[in-house]
Design a protein around this ligand. Structure first.
Ligand SMILES: [Zn+2]
Length: 202
C-alpha cells in the first residue's frame, strides 16, 4: 500500500537546491509526491535531514526518511542487481556511476514495494549520467508499474537555476555543504556550497 493514498510519485530529496527544485517542479506539474530522504549510517548528515524535512513541510508534502545501513543492502535482490548491472555494464566511467546506481536501485525498490508509480531523480545539469541505462531500466520497470523520471536530463545548470527561481524554492532552507564548519554552518567554500551560491544569484 502506498504510504498515503494521495501520493502518486516519489522525489528523492537530499536537502540541496537541485533536489528541492525537482520537488517543487513535480508539485507544479500536478503530482502529489512523497519526499524521501536517505539517512546513511556511514555519514552523519543531520543538517541535510533537517533541511529536507523543512523543505517538505514548506512544500506541504509527506516526508519520510529511510535509514540505510549499507552493510545490510541486498545487492542480490533482482531489481537492485538489474539496475546496478545496467549502470555498470557499458560505461567507461564506471566508478562515477556506482553512487547513482545504488541510490536509484534502493529508491525504485522502495517505490515498487509501496506501489508508487513514478520516481523522480535530479540527474542532469553538467554531470554525466548513463541515461541509456535509465531507458533500459524503464523497459524492465514497466512490468512493475513503475517508471523513473529525469526531467533535468539534457538541461544545463543555468536552466535548472532559472527554473528554481520561477518555482520560488525556499533556497534559504536548503543545505548543500559537504564540509560544514565546527559551528554547524555551511563552509561556503566547497563545491556544493559554490553551486548553492549560484542559486542564490551571488
Ligand atoms: Zn560547503
Amino acid at each position: 500500500m502506498a504510504p498515503n493514498e494521495n501520493i502518486d510519485s516519489l522525489v528523492l530529496i537530499s536537502g540541496g537546491p537541485l533536489s528541492t527544485t525537482l520537488l517543487y517542479s513535480s508539485i507544479a506539474s500536478g503530482d502529489k509526491p512523497l519526499a524521501l530522504h536517505y539517512i546513511m549510517k556511514s555519514r552523519d548528515l543531520s543538517t541535510s535531514e533537517n533541511a529536507s524535512k523543512e523543505i517538505a513541510s514548506e512544500a506541504k508534502v509527506t516526508f519520510r526518511t529511510l535509514n540505510v545501513d549499507e552493510r545490510n543492502l541486498d545487492f542480490n535482490s533482482r531489481i537492485m542487481a538489474t539496475i546496478i548491472r545496467e549502470f555498470m555494464g557499458n560505461d567507461e566511467e564506471k566508478e562515477r556511476q556506482i553512487g547513482p546506481a545504488i541510490l536509484i536501485s534502493m529508491t525504485v525498490t522502495y517505490a515498487i514495494k509501496n506501489h508508487i508509480p513514478k520516481v523522480y531523480f535530479s540527474l542532469g545539469g553538467e554531470d554525466k549520467y548513463d541515461f541509456n541505462a535509465i531507458d533500459n531500466i524503464n523497459k524492465i520497470l514497466e512490468h512493475h508499474n513503475c517508471q523513473i523520471l529525469t526531467p533535468f536530463r539534457g538541461k544545463k545548470s543555468s536552466d535548472i537555476i532559472e527554473e528554481s527561481r520561477k518555482l520560488k524554492i525556499p533556497i534559504d532552507k536548503t543545505w548543500a555543504c559537504e564540509t560544514p564548519t565546527l559551528k554547524g554552518t555551511e563552509c561556503e567554500i566547497c563545491y556544493k556550497c559554490k553551486i548553492k551560491k549560484k542559486y542564490l544569484n551571488k
